[in-house]
Write a protein that binds this ligand. Sequence first.
Ligand SMILES: O=C(O)CCC(=O)C(=O)O
Length: 268
Amino acid sequence: MELKRSQVEQYEQQGYLFLERVFSAREVAALDAIIPELLAVKNFSGLRRCDVTGQVRHIHGTHLYNEQIRKLARHPRLLQPSEQLLGGKVYVHQSRLVPKLGLAGPARGFPWHQDFPTWHVRDGMPGPRAVVVAVFVDEVTAFNGPILFIPRSHHLGMMTTDDGPVMEGYKQLNVSDEQVTQLFKAEGMVAQLGAPGSVLFMHSNLVHASSENISPLRRAMHQLVYNSVENMCTNPVRPEEDAARDGTPLEALSGDCLLEGNRPRPEA
Ligand SMILES: O=C(O)CCC(=O)C(=O)O
């Protein structure tokens, strides 16, 4: 799926690009079907559950464990736009399931942060040539903890290199309340709502967050971080699921790859 020049420009200028209903209802159902299994896995090295007071906030390494996510990472509707946005071949730096089940279970949010500083400081990622791609499995509404971000904040570069606190198992370099307040005054804020199957591309220096999901509505997302093969981490000390070592350039699969093996049986 090729992006138009105007879409690439929007990403470059605003730091994000939102595409509505990229995946069909059947494809979303295939991505939904694997969530219970991912949540149930307890002891697979390469799949890291970040538990927050007994709740799974996110699971890293889903593409290392699950075949559907391995395919999703190679899906032409994600891979080709990401290559365009990053200017060449890419590999998966991270994959994540953010389940945000709501009142039914894990629901925790994320404080204000940029992703790139953590990867730069901890893993030696040279530059912000990585894109975060969030695939909406559920309808995202004002109620169920949408991703919030400050448009154009990526132009400011890294806003912190300080060693942040350990945030419930995951050390992250957060942006201060003062910085967020200043940025909000200057640029406003977006809460990205949208239908299942929609996709949000975020620049790795975009300031973003999300609040707890205290609604009865689940807000699950599969997220992939693509990094340019020319921008591999030089000093990854964290495990593979937090900072990939395999920089083999991804090759696209066919557009119906998520449905292979899930086709309805032909009538007898
Ligand atoms: O899915 C979300 O609400 C935000 C996830 C996020 O910011 C992260 O994993 O770094």
